[in-house]
Design a protein around this ligand. Structure first.
Ligand code: SAH
Ligand code: SF4
Length: 471
């Protein structure tokens, strides 16, 4: 049985939110202008989804959203801990807020998320960033109203690491979504896999699935709200339902979502190869509303490295699954996460990764340089790879993948694809951008508006994007 935060506890937070709202509204009346919030997000899709809940709670407390931190009365930094780089960026931006606070002493600053779910980082914030008002780990997210209320009232700074009820699921938290037609939908939280390089199980706690009824209810609400593209989230969606149901898992959940009324597409991430089954692929093949897209992180092409990463699959078993997916779902978009420079990775191991890339031929790869994470086993391995070797392997891998991505994308030239338009491209406002049903990036000339589906004829290809004209 999965524990949940009780309705009474959720109601209690609503009451705190109402108290904060009274104070916020009173201050706004005095000023003759509303109070504003800004949530700054680092890291993965789960963090983006969490930030939409932080924003939902802040709106509920009477704050209105603003884009620039300079205008905000409250700033929340939602941090990531997967790599050192992400932590450094979050720390550095938090450092810059000192200047904003000097000019505006009433500004409240909070730091939350994975980075501060680690004791040493929570202490860093507490002792080295004295102008930060509060920081809290991932298990405190739904308690934002009481945290803000306490800070307003007692003037004491708050630093909260692990809640007693860490591992419980909180339902019915307000959400303020970034986009009207694309939405995240978490199906599970946490991770039990303990890959030896990864900090996620340490900062997000044990794996727990939401009840299917709660997920289906949320999916229905999203569809009724006009969302047409739903991404199901979990660190390993393939273990959905474990410890909760006997014979109901992720394929069954996919089929149930597919059966909901409405015109929409469902995609999901992430699928751990050790638990991805033929049944999953069959379900994808049979269900019309499931996108022809699979993100299946390989990490390394060397079996001995995979073993030391604690990944529980081999390159051979992985390739078998990919072959089956391509047979059952022709044209499927296949993407992966690849890491270079894991401790002990020899030149030979690395070349096996390059060979795997050439054999498997991914549409796109998210590439990572191994980063040593405190409290993970791999951080203690003796044979750490020097930074220059990691950097050189990283560039070689990008070169190989870039060629493959380009070749695959060239295969689209002359074809017409359906695209969900996202409006002006972020990098070039003279063109529109969007994604295919398989999730491939497209830049195109045309008149479609954000949220509309359109047809685009592909005329050119780049390694990471298709280019075309709306027809
Ligand atoms: N649950 C997902 C991954 C979540 S983290 C899965 O198992 O596939 C996203 C990616 O970050 C991982 O796939 C991995 O490639 C990368 N990553 C995780 N820890 C890392 C580390 N210590 N250094 C570098 N990259 C890392
Ligand atoms: Fe990290 Fe592995 Fe869990 Fe993914 S499956 S979150 S890589 S421990």
């Amino acid at each position: 049985m999965i524990n949940r935060i009780t309705e009474e506890q959720i109601q209690n937070q609503r009451e705190y939110a109402a108290k904060v709202r009274m104070a916020v509204n009173a201050e706004a009346a005095l000023r003759g202008a509303p109070l504003k919030f800004c949530v700054v997000t680092y890291g993965c899709q789960q963090n983006e989804a969490d930030s939409e809940r932080l924003a939902g709670m802040l709106s509920d407390m009477g704050y209105i959203k603003c884009v620039s931190e300079q205008d905000a009365d409250i700033i929340l930094v939602n941090t990531c801990a997967v790599r050192e780089h992400a932590e450094k960026r979050a720390l550095s931006v938090t450092g810059q807020y000192k200047h904003i606070k000097e000019k505006k002493p009433s500004l409240m600053i909070g730091v939350c998320g994975c980075m501060v779910s680690q004791e040493h980082r929570l202490d860093d914030i507490k002792f080295r960033y004295p102008y930060v008002d509060f920081a809290f780990g991932t298990s405190y997210l739904w308690r934002l109203p009481s945290i803000i209320y306490e800070r307003m009232k007692k003037k004491k700074r708050l630093f909260l690491l692990d809640a007693e009820d860490d591992g419980c699921i909180a339902e019915d938290i307000p959400v303020l979504r970034e986009c009207g037609y694309r939405a995240w939908l978490s199906v599970m939280y946490g991770c039990n896999n303990f890959c030896t390089y990864c900090v996620v199980p340490h900062v997000r706690g044990r794996e727990r699935s939401r009840y299917k009824e709660d997920i289906l209810k949320e999916a229905k609400e999203l569809i009724a709200d006009g969302v047409t593209d739903i991404t199901l989230l979990g660190q390993n969606v393939n273990s959905y339902g474990r410890g909760l149901y006997e014979d109901y898992g992720f394929p069954e959940l996919l089929a149930d979502i597919n059966a909901l009324d409405g015109d929409f597409t469902v995609r999901f991430m992430t699928s751990h190869p050790k638990d991805a089954t033929k049944k999953l692929i069959d379900t994808m093949a049979e269900c019309k509303k499931i996108a022809p897209q699979l993100h299946l992180p390989l990490q390394s092409g060397s079996d001995s490295i995979l073993k030391r990463m604690n990944r529980h699959y081999t390159l051979g078993s992985y390739k078998e699954l990919v072959a089956y997916a391509r047979e059952r779902i022709p044209g499927i978009t296949l993407t992966s996460d690849i890491m270079v420079g894991f401790p002990g990775e020899t030149e030979e191991d690395f070349e096996q990764t390059l060979t795997a890339l050439k054999d498997i031929r991914y549409d796109m790869v998210y590439s990572f340089i191994y980063s040593r994470r405190k409290n993970t086993p791999a951080a203690e391995y003796e044979d750490q790879i020097p930074e220059d070797v990691k950097g050189e392997r990283f560039r070689r891998m990008l070169d190989v993948q870039s060629d493959i991505g380009l070749k695959i994308n060239e295969g689209y030239i002359g074809k017409t694809v359906r695209v969900l338009c996202d409006g002006e491209s972020k990098t070039d406002v003279s063109v529109l951008s969007g994604r295919t049903d398989g999730g491939k990036n497209v830049c195109f000339n045309g008149k479609a508006k954000a949220g509309e589906y359109t047809k685009v004829k592909i005329t050119q290809a780049r390694p990471f994007v298709l280019i075309g004209e709306e027809i």
